[in-house]
Write a protein that binds this ligand. Structure first.
Ligand code: CTP
Length: 428
């Protein structure tokens, strides 16, 4: 085969070197690969017995492509769905299945030497065993013996996923610092639609990558709120605002890229759910209050980017009110709960709380007053008359000590990254 050329001739007859690929890649006739992000990592993948076990095959292949060494432990039920041979071919290693057929202390060795355990799919039974300290096979025994991070990727039918026993078990594991990648909504094995689908392998991979990222938020739990809230007037009508959620979503993605373990609590938006993080959909201020306050205590960084409604109807009408016989309509509104104020009152040491102030005038002064009143550490102030629904924004970051940093007009994703970098730097 003739060697590939890495020069072209431009219109003036000059030789121009192509900079797209390295010379060696050309001489080998290879396409340039993106840099492998998991090189040298030992990842043990536990495959439980669920129909989603087939997705584990693709996950293992992707982990290997990213440079990881992958060891598979297959449960007895898992082997009913996918044969060990499939996993052996993909992982290039013997699949571990029976504790008593293996060398006596191999599971202890694995527990110690794996950099990460990924359990996909994590079944109802597996979660139940782990939460209750049962260890009766290769996978559960190895997990019982490890102190390394474990990522659980549950998948099952919706009735099982929402079963209070399962919910309690998963919460127990969360409290014990197990990482959880929530199941997604979609078509389930039964043909029904609901919550319980294993996220696609790409989503699991990006979660794994974020866990190994050595960005400044590695190991930190980040809670972000985004989007508008919706207050019901009657079964059809609502009071809401023009927030698109873009800035909050960009903050969540920036935090994830910096290594944070992110939970995004969002009001109704038209945006796609970002992958690799837990996304909780909410509607009203009361919904958002409940979700946010229940996760606040375990969060290291809280970013309140949501445009939370200030007022809600005193009562929600049971039926849609017609306009016949009326020439005006009075709606009595009462203040909503102030989520950020509550968080500021119940904050714990070392927690960083960031508020957003979207104003149409005097935005820096108003943001400073809000920072103080709500006991936050930072406030991001911007002129909402320019920012709403746009892809670009400017901002002024205000710190507790009154210092200010201005950011010029740029894409919200870049702005989010820069603002977050400043917050992290100032909090060191
Ligand atoms: N916020 C909140 N709960 C509310 C209202 C606001 O958590 N009920 C949060 C927002 O998410 C934002 C910050 O408080 O981070 C400031 O929101 P903003 O609406 O600008 O301020 P308010 O306190 O509502 O004051 P006002 O509407 O009077 O300007």
């Amino acid at each position: 085969m003739p060697p590939l050329q890495n020069t072209i001739v431009d219109s003036d007859g000059n030789a121009v070197k192509l900079a797209l690929f390295k010379d060696d890649d050309y001489s080998n006739g290879m396409q340039r690969q993106p840099e492998a992000s998991l090189t040298g990592k030992q990842i043990t993948v536990g495959v439980g017995g669920g129909i989603a076990a087939f997705k584990a095959a693709h996950l293992i292949s992707q982990l290997r492509q990213q440079g990881a060494d992958v060891q598979v432990i297959l449960t007895r039920a898992g082997a009913q769905f996918v044969t060990p041979l499939t996993f052996e071919a993909l992982s290039h290693r013997r699949v571990l299945q029976n504790l008593f057929e293996d060398e006596p202390l191999n599971h202890v060795h694995l527990a110690h030497n794996s950099d990460l355990f990924v359990i996909a799919p994590a079944t109802y039974d597996l979660i139940g065993k782990l939460a209750n300290g049962l260890a009766d096979d290769y996978l559960t025994t190895t997990l019982a013996a490890t102190q390394q991070p474990v990522l659980l990727c549950p998948a099952m039918e919706q009735q099982m996923y929402t079963n209070p026993i399962f919910v309690k078990n998963l919460e127990t594991l969360r409290q014990l610092n197990y990482h959880v990648l929530e199941a997604e909504a979609g078509t389930l094995a039964s043909g029904r639609s609901g919550l319980g689908r294993l996220p696609e392998p790409e989503v699991i991979l990006s979660k794994v990558q974020s866990m190994f990222s050595n960005g400044p938020l590695t190991g930190k739990r980040v809670l972000v709120t985004a989007g508008p809230t919706r207050e019901r007037i009657d079964p059809m009508r609502v009071i809401s605002n023009r927030s698109s959620g873009k800035m909050g979503y960009a903050m969540a993605q920036a935090a994830q890229a910096m290594g944070g373990q992110v939970v995004l609590i969002t009001g109704p938006t038209l945006l796609d759910e970002p992958s690799g993080m837990t996304v909780i959909q909410t509607e009203s201020v009361d919904d958002m209050f409940e979700q946010t306050t229940s996760l606040a205590a375990e969060s290291d960084l809280i970013i309140m980017a949501a445009a939370v409604a200030d007022w809600q109807p005193k009562e929600i009408l049971e039926h849609k009110e017609g306009k016949a016989g009326k020439d005006s309509l009075m709606l009595e509104l009462v203040p909503t709960k102030d989520i950020l104020f509550h968080l500021g009152q119940h904050r714990h040491e070392n927690q960083i709380i960031v508020g957003f102030a979207a104003e149409t005038q005097d935005f820096v002064e108003k943001a400073k007053a809000k920072l103080k009143k709500k006991n936050a550490d930072f406030f991001v102030a911007n002129d909402v008359s320019k920012a709403a629904e746009s892809d670009e924004n400017t901002a002024v970051l205000i710190a507790k000590d009154g210092s200010e940093q201005s950011f010029s007009l740029m894409e919200k994703s870049a702005l989010a990254r820069q603002v977050l970098e400043s917050i992290v730097k100032a909090s060191d």
